[in-house]
Design a protein around this ligand. Structure first.
Ligand SMILES: C[S@@+](CC[C@H](N)C(=O)[O-])C[C@H]1O[C@@H](n2cnc3c(N)ncnc32)[C@H](O)[C@@H]1O
Length: 177
């Protein structure tokens, strides 16, 4: 996948959804860059990962390509409460599948978001995991899980063929307003 694939996957979830976002499990920043591209000048991104090296690389790329976007990084675990202001939106791209029990993280994410805030999920469209992607969830599984964890209006945004686990999808959910 390249930058335009990343942008295409999350575009309809991010556009019109405010300017203060977090990217949880942002890694080297493939989707942080896409988010920065979509938010543009005035955008504010809190980027969270436990991997300090990946965050350093990400910062360099963001500064080079989207200097008008404010980036605040946290070397932190998103399964613990994070000290962030109320957010317009959260992106979780290929990071929720590391959690066997996703309810705790979803509760924390819901609490981070403003009423009517957005959660944009990017995941492999599969329910059977492997060593690298231990606990994935297909889109139908995600739709049900989002609903039982207090998110509303979940919908599929886009898909992308993948050599690994066949397909990636993006989905948008809201917190009740
Ligand atoms: C497969 S990478 C995806 C990176 C990026 N979101 C992307 O799609 O290119 C997963 C990232 O999530 C991070 N991660 C996994 N569990 C985490 C946790 N509990 N707290 C913070 N970061 C976590 C890993 O360190 C890694 O950088």
């Amino acid at each position: 996948m390249n930058h335009s694939d990343h942008v295409r996957l999350i575009r309809d979830g991010v556009s019109g959804g405010g300017s203060v976002w977090a990217d949880l499990g942002s890694g080297e920043g493939a989707f942080t860059l896409a988010l920065a591209d979509l938010l543009g000048s005035g955008g504010h991104i809190y980027s969270v990962d436990t991997d300090a090296r990946a965050l350093r690389e990400q910062r360099q790329a963001l500064q080079a390509r989207f200097p008008a976007v404010t980036l605040e990084q946290r070397t932190a675990d998103f399964t613990q409460p994070l000290d962030l202001p109320p957010l317009d939106g959260v992106v979780m791209a290929n990071s929720l599948h590391f959690q066997r029990h996703k309810e705790l993280v979803l509760r924390l994410v819901r609490a981070m978001l403003k009423p009517g805030g957005r959660l944009v999920l990017v995941e492999y469209n599969a329910d059977r995991g492997n060593w690298w992607v231990p606990y994935p969830m297909s889109y139908p599984t995600w739709e049900a899980l989002a609903g039982t964890n207090g998110f509303v209006e979940t919908r599929l945004l886009a898909t992308q063929p993948s050599r690994f686990l066949r397909e990636i999808y993006s989905a948008l959910s809201y917190t009740p307003s």
